[in-house]
Design a protein around this ligand. Structure first.
Ligand SMILES: *[C@@H]1O[C@H](CO)[C@@H](O)[C@H](O)[C@H]1NC(C)=O
Length: 254
């Protein structure tokens, strides 16, 4: 009798994971809290984290010869709110701004780490942190959270914009990409059509103020389906001109 019960329980235990992986082919039994390789060589938790970043509020970043402009649209849970409490853009140095999308709380942690790195570098070396040092440290931070025990990957992608060196993106895997084409969209609305439209409207003779206006118009025309636009506060803009080498905007968190 006892043997039979044990046999039944044992067969149930082998059956349950099979059912789980059959109902959730992407995650399945290899998708618990740790990032673990699946037999086909993928890291499902990482794919899920990257997916989470594509659901975040849109961030648009453009660069031409004169400077850089960034804009973002807030996604709010209720029309009665006009701020979600987490700044999208953070000032890292006078000439570097960081923006994040995806899981807001995760983005805040990364932004905080970036600000701390900048302060520590300035204190130790009496200079602003060079962009390559900042990118390397942040990429290592992201990568750390794909391997360490008891943690999950960050559910956010970030854009790092430097007035002199251009626009860079880092994804949850820790991959750093330099944006060569002059236009980057993170989060919702990242598609060829929107990138093409923005490329067409931003020309090399435009000043950074022109680009701010163009981004505001673009977001109001073509991105509002991805967020809320009850008042103009919902479009958050930051820009820098190469000449001044400085980002300015009241919407950047100091
Ligand atoms: C919005 O999208 C339409 C259709 O693709 C396009 O013609 C238009 O130029 C876009 N507007 C802006 C400001 O990018």
């Amino acid at each position: 009798m006892l043997k039979a019960t044990i046999a039944i329980i044992a067969s149930l235990l082998t059956f349950i994971p099979a059912v789980l992986s059959a109902t959730d082919p992407i995650g399945g039994r290899y998708s618990f809290s740790l990032t673990t390789f699946s037999p086909n060589g993928k890291l499902p938790q990482l794919s899920h984290a990257i997916k989470a970043t594509t659901l975040g509020s849109p961030i648009v970043a453009v660069r031409n010869l004169n400077g850089i402009a960034l804009a973002s649209l807030q996604t709010l849970p209720s029309p009665l709110m006009n701020d979600n409490g987490t700044p999208t853009f953070f000032k890292i140095t006078n000439s570097i701004v960081l923006g994040h999308t995806g899981v807001n709380a995760d983005g805040r942690v990364v932004a905080n780490a970036a600000q701390r790195l900048a302060v520590e570098h300035a204190f130790t070396f009496q200079e602003e942190i060079p962009i390559n040092v900042l990118l390397e440290e942040l990429a290592l931070l992201f990568q750390d959270y794909t391997m360490k025990a008891g943690v999950r990957p960050f559910g956010c992608s970030i854009v790092v914009a430097s007035a002199n060196d251009g626009i860079f993106a880092i994804d949850p895997a820790g991959t750093v990409t330099k944006v060569d084409q002059g236009v980057l969209i993170l989060g919702k609305g990242n598609n060829e059509e929107n990138i093409g439209n923005i490329k067409k409207s931003v020309q090399d003779h435009h000043t950074s103020q022109d680009m701010e206006r163009i981004l505001e118009k673009t977001i109001k025309e073509n991105f509002t389906e991805f967020g809320v636009l009850s008042n103009c506060q919902s479009v958050i803009i930051a820009s820098a001109s190469v000449k001044e080498d400085k980002f300015k905007s009241s919407k950047i968190s100091p």
